[in-house]
Design a protein around this ligand. Structure first.
Ligand code: NDP
Length: 287
């Protein structure tokens, strides 16, 4: 047996409930394989009342990191040593990384969106006017990152008033982006000066694949970058309307891959093989 034998795999994974359909394992394992790393990504069912114990377990197993999904993204803040400033602003952590013995909370959802915007649409959010449909977790992550990256204004429209107002108050109090709330009732006209339009609602998510946000689509213009958070299927009716009108589009699959790539880079310290991750996820969604 050679002297340098090492059977010990490095461990990362996801805690959630329900978690069985979480697709992150597909892209993370594809990345480990691509780079020949002895790492494993585990999909772990953790009930809400067991989160503290699960984080203790993660420390005991010397896991390198973990993703958090429903219902743990907010409660996990109680069990970490540090939380990155953007994740603290959002009040939600979807990725934990290890720095020595410390567990640090991060949020990669909005960062994944920013990376898609910069790399795939060659656009910098600084000075841009943004319109966001929705005010849930994805909208919060995206708007906070856009605001921190220097977006000039953010218009949030949401069906439920209280949720939309809470998000806009947060943006106005904690960032320099001028933020406004519009109550979404009936068909919505997109503000004329919008540079970046984001569907951050769950409208269009599988199996509801023909659904699209109630908008006056004639107000979508070719100058806009139009983005959808829906990863599956990535070609949503909303993005098809945008393409038809000559707008640049970014899909939710790209955002999902980039947020995973950012997590991979935080955990391993290596550049993520983004294309291999994307191919693996596309294949899984086609099955
Ligand atoms: P939340 O439940 O926190 O928020 C859902 C949002 O969608 C709310 O604003 C809700 O409005 C709105 N909404 C849902 N249905 C309707 C409807 N019929 N009409 C109008 N508004 C509606 O979910 P998340 O923010 O966590 O997730 C939203 C989507 O983003 C999901 O599809 C998820 O898969 C996707 N996502 C994608 C990521 C990626 O990397 N691509 C990362 C994270 C999420 P209201 O407040 O009125 O209920």
């Amino acid at each position: 047996m050679p002297d340098d034998v090492n059977y010990k795999a490095e461990l990362v994974g996801v805690f959630g409930h329900p978690v069985a359909e979480n697709p992150s394992i597909v892209m993370q394992e594809a990345a480990f394989k691509e780079l020949g790393l002895n790492w494993r990504y585990l999909t772990i069912e953790v009930f809400p009342e067991d989160l503290a114990a699960a984080i203790h377990g993660m420390r005991a197993f010397h896991m390198k990191g973990i993703n958090l999904t429903i219902p743990h993204k907010v409660k996990v803040l109680n069990y970490l040593d540090e939380v990155a400033p953007d994740a603290r602003l959002m009040g939600a952590v979807n990725t934990v990384r290890r720095d020595g013995d410390k567990l640090i909370g991060e949020n990669t959802d909005g960062k994944g969106f920013l990376r898609a915007l910069r790399e795939d649409a060659s656009s910098d959010p600084a000075g841009k006017q943004v319109t966001v449909l929705g005010a849930g977790g994805a909208a919060r992550a995206i708007t906070v990152e856009l605001a921190l990256a220097g977006a000039k204004s953010i218009t949030v429209m949401n069906r439920t008033v209280s949720r939309g107002q809470t998000l806009v108050e947060l943006l106005n109090e904690k960032t320099s982006a001028e933020s406004t709330f519009h109550h979404w009732t009936g068909t919505y006209t997109i503000p004329k000066d919008t540079d970046i339009l984001v569907n951050a609602t769950s409208i269009g998510l599988y199996p509801d694949v023909d659904a699209r946000p109630d908008l006056d689509y004639s107000t979508m213009s070719p100058n806009m970058i139009v983005s959808d958070v829906i990863p599956n299927p990535p070609r949503t009716p909303f993005l098809r309307e945008a393409k038809k009108r000559g707008a640049k589009t970014l899909d939710g699959l790209g955002m999902l891959v980039y947020q995973g790539a950012i997590g991979f880079e935080m955990w391993t310290g290596m550049a993520a093989p983004v294309e291999a991750m994307q191919r693996a996820l596309e294949a899984a969604f086609r099955e």
